[in-house]
Design a protein around this ligand. Structure first.
Ligand SMILES: Cc1cc2nc3c(=O)[nH]c(=O)nc-3n(C[C@H](O)[C@H](O)[C@H](O)COP(=O)(O)O)c2cc1C
Length: 339
């Protein structure tokens, strides 16, 4: 899993991050994303603290050295369990450990963590204090928090301010804020990512009132231009979820140049597909576990439909294998001019 990165380098990487997304940002996805951007901070899916403590650690926490900088997101609300999960995770070499205070799904609410913790900032403060102590004791990374601007009938103007004040007093200075409320009753997790309105102005105002905090703006940022605009506006970081996942070629392959000021480095798409073919063979996983994250590689470019169709039709077949990725690329390269 490789050496943990220096804290300052991780903060610098947090200028642009790919959001934690359950079932999406698994280790195969992160290896793929890393081929497109060397610099962005990549988040894992949320892993619950009880799962880390009692479950198959290698499966839940294992990652490849090339994924750095990579942040683990934990879910939980029991300070002792979270501290134990942090101690375990420190051995794996994560560059950051993040607490989820934003996920609204039923499963998460029943465990009394995720977005419902917006109502309990003192409990979150105890959680992060325990996590920090565990990380410091194990020579581990920074503890950060991802939150919403409020839940249910909370008034975001005060809910977000109170939350950041109380949690930052427990020693957290980096936050990712999904700039909309979550409705814990009545909206599905998916609706909770689209229906409640975005309030960037509130996050911006609260950020300006707390100059010591590093705030990454999250929610509804669809293009690199929009991301660059928010950075120019004073946010220390931006976090993109769906746009990065659904259009990785368009978004992630230009991040290093556009956001980090690196010299232009044209991404060779065939080389990316070849590397992922070799990775799939080496990891010994079904190609569908890797290919599903790559369907959007050419989104918005000529041939995107042929690539997507070939891959989605072939990667589930019994004779599919790592070679299916290259075949999809070749099918796209051979397509008739109008396809
Ligand atoms: C499929 C999916 C799974 C998600 N899983 C998580 C998760 O595990 N933890 C979390 O904090 N947020 C999760 N989110 C929310 C994203 O991290 C992000 O906050 C949200 O999608 C808004 O950003 P976007 O508009 O750039 O996508 C998930 C989002 C999606 C689409």
């Amino acid at each position: 899993m490789g050496e943990r990165m220096d804290g300052r380098a991780v903060r610098a990487a947090a200028r642009f991050s790919v959001a934690p997304m359950m079932d999406w940002t698994d280790r195969h996805c992160r290896v793929f994303h890393r081929l497109l951007t060397r610099r962005a901070l990549l988040y894992t899916e949320m892993v619950t603290a009880p799962a880390v403590v009692h479950g198959d650690r290698a499966r839940l926490l294992g990652f490849s050295p090339e994924e750095h900088p990579v942040a683990l997101q934990l879910g939980g609300s029991d300070p002792a369990l979270l501290a134990e999960a942090v101690r375990i995770a420190c051995d794996f070499g994560y560059d950051e450990i993040n607490l989820n205070v934003g996920c609204p799904s039923d499963r998460v609410q029943n465990g009394a963590f995720g977005a419902c913790l917006m109502r309990e900032p003192e409990l979150v403060a105890r959680c992060v204090a325990a996590m920090r102590a565990a990380s410091e004791g194990a020579g581990g990374p920074e503890i950060t928090v991802k939150c919403r601007i409020g839940v249910d009938v909370q008034e975001p103007e005060s809910a977000l301010r109170d939350f950041l004040r109380i949690v930052s007093a427990a020693g957290v200075s980096r936050f990712a804020v999904h700039a909309r409320k979550a409705w814990l009753q009545g909206l599905s997790p998916k609706e909770n990512r689209t229906v409640p309105p975005l309030d960037y102005a509130l996050v911006r105002a609260v950020r300006d009132e707390n100059p010591g905090l590093h705030v990454s703006l999250n929610g509804g940022i669809e293009t690199l231009d929009a991301a660059a605009g928010h950075l120019a506006d004073g946010f220390e970081g931006v976090m993109l979820g769906r746009a990065a996942y659904q259009s990785p070629g368009a978004v992630l392959s230009r991040v290093d140049e556009r956001v980090f000021g690196d010299a232009p480095r044209p991404v060779d798409a065939r080389a990316v597909v070849e590397t992922m073919t070799a990775y799939t063979a080496c990891a010994g996983v079904p190609v569908k576990s890797v290919g599903r994250h790559m369907l959007g590689l050419f989104a918005g470019q000529p041939g995107a439909k042929v690539w997507r169709r070939y891959l989605s039709e072939h990667m589930h077949l019994p004779d599919a294998g790592p070679h299916t990725l290259i075949e999809a690329f070749d099918a796209m390269a051979r397509r008739p001019a109008h396809a």
